[in-house]
Design a protein around this ligand. Sequence first.
Ligand SMILES: NC(=O)c1ccc[n+]([C@@H]2O[C@H](COP(=O)([O-])OP(=O)(O)OC[C@H]3O[C@@H](n4cnc5c(N)ncnc54)[C@H](O)[C@@H]3O)[C@@H](O)[C@H]2O)c1
Length: 315
Amino acid sequence: MVVVSVIGCGECHYCKQQTWSLCDNSNPNAGLQEKIYQYPTAGIFGYSHLFGGYAGSHAEFIRVPFAEYGAFKIPEDIPDTKAVFVSDGIPTGFMAAEMASIKPGDIVAVWGAGGVGQMAIQSAYLMGAEKVIAIDRFDYRLAAAATYSHAEVLNYEATDILEALKESTGGRGPDCCIDAVGMEAHTTGMEHYYDRSKQFLRLQSDRPAVLRQAITACRKGGTVSVVGVYAGLVDKIPMGLFLNKGLTMRGGQMHGQRYVPRLFEHIRNGKIDPSFLLTHPMSLEEGAYAYRIFNDKLDNCMRAVFIPSQSFVGD
Ligand SMILES: NC(=O)c1ccc[n+]([C@@H]2O[C@H](COP(=O)([O-])OP(=O)(O)OC[C@H]3O[C@@H](n4cnc5c(N)ncnc54)[C@H](O)[C@@H]3O)[C@@H](O)[C@H]2O)c1
């Protein structure tokens, strides 16, 4: 079975509309979340107390609430090494592309070439994008985006991103901009000191560098799609650009249950292939090391996948 990371009761107003991450009933800490967000959203495995305080799924066994909706039988012809990404990375990338309202021939820019960004790139092509441009600073991730997801790539440490995006879109800007980075964006220059000091002084909770850049880069009338996670308050969002350029912005935690059956189909016919994301198969005992190399982007890590009772160190 593969279990979707977002928990939905299947019976509430939101689940019935297939907006599973907005579930009214799966967050046992709804009262806590209401104090901040006004309305509670779904519980999520291994996320935080605000989202239910559920333990993570890196374990031999997990309890799956509402399993009749969130657990899916893996088709026999799809290997576990691909199916595991249907839990989170693929539906998130797919929903990012869907929210971007991509039309055939569109040019799409994707910030972040991690697992989510890579799946957003592949999904964008699936939805008819003519060209997808991936932005990151880690060459091994950009190389993967070029090789496996067929994106053009830009290293933001070596390139002026706004200029480069203008140039590769005939001066118009990308039709769709996807933020697959979120609140922990790496920042450079003055923006770095600005965002860090605001965070230090508790004047903002998140670093919205990518969101600012996406709104600025997007063509007039284009769409900004946000799946990179933000938690709270951000500063210096260019609302003037957003309004006067007539942009559309959408965001959300992914509604995995809505997508799983068709994602199996896309994997089966090769339209989506997450195999290259699994760079580090590991045992649970190697968990601390796996978290470190994922967090610090060491050893060309894209994703560590835990396979209980097996040791891969030294293999
Ligand atoms: N919305 C959802 O349902 C959902 C689900 C899963 C993950 N997420 C979120 O999606 C985001 C990406 O997840 P991931 O697993 O791919 O993470 P990841 O850490 O593997 O990848 C993030 C990438 O962003 C790059 N990056 C950092 N700053 C950047 C910048 N200024 N410009 C361009 N790239 C930059 C990093 O170098 C890194 O390669 C995270 O915020 C994660 O929490 C959202």
